[in-house]
Design a protein around this ligand. Sequence first.
Ligand code: ZN
Length: 128
Amino acid sequence: MALPRCRCPHCGARALWWPAALGASPARPARCRECGGLSCATLWSQLVLGYGALVFTLAGLILPFVMASAWALAVAPLGWAGLALAGRHWPLQKTTVEAAIQAQRRAGRYVFIAGGLLALMLLLAWLG
Ligand SMILES: [Zn+2]
């Protein structure tokens, strides 16, 4: 069985390995091996992957106790495998080097703001 690959939105070739494609954010896009075009997972496919993995993980932790069956332990790995295989068909969107640099700057700003808020909360907790 060939490794599942995602279709490049630029040239249409199945040239993107799906974990790289699904992990590709606007700030860290995946590069096509055929045409060199940059692409990233759409927001929806990232949300479905994230929440889907969370739901299967929780189900895998809770169902074995509720059902009192060891077979329920298979829910999480089977769910993750299903998501991974379905991810092969999830849409990717085109992006550019300029857009990736902008997204990196935006992400850096959010990290800076979040770090500042965390430092402020720690300071207030320490004073209070
Ligand atoms: Zn391509």
